[in-house]
Design a binder for this molecule. Sequence first.
Ligand code: HEM
Length: 131
Amino acid sequence: MSYLTIKFLHLLMAALSISGFAVRGYWMLTRSDLLSNRVVRIAPHVIDTVFLLSGIWLAFMLSASTFTQPWLLAKIAGLVAYIIFGTVALKRGPTMRVRVVAFVAALLAFAYIVGAALMKSPASWFAATSG
Ligand code: HEM
């Protein structure tokens, strides 16, 4: 598969991951039973696995040394934060207040990662643009 195909897959999974998370976050806020639906519980794991693998694949296609680039390390750290805040928001948070704060933090972590990906910098959206 070509680099562009994998990149498209990566971006598609990013869009599915965050939109799926936002919808589940809404169901968490409205205390909807849909959150415990089988498909709703399993689909995110499939999406996030393809998402992560496509990212690793892209990095390898660029060059194995891409893994030492600060922007990529920042993305991986951001991804860990997105996952941890995400599980606290949807599952582990003991009170609604904790869950809401974790939900917002997960959305911010995702926004940070997109900024780091586009700007190729750990400074994310705050990175100085060239020119
Ligand atoms: C929530 C997690 C992630 C988000 C939101 C995300 C988002 C993005 C976006 C928006 C791009 C396009 C950048 C551009 O067009 O210049 C991109 C590219 C890329 N991502 Fe991710 N990504 C995530 C996780 C990962 C992970 C975990 C890896 C690797 C382990 C990874 C590796 C890459 C690579 C190598 C590129 C290619 C950059 C290029 O072609 O210039 N990503 N990502």
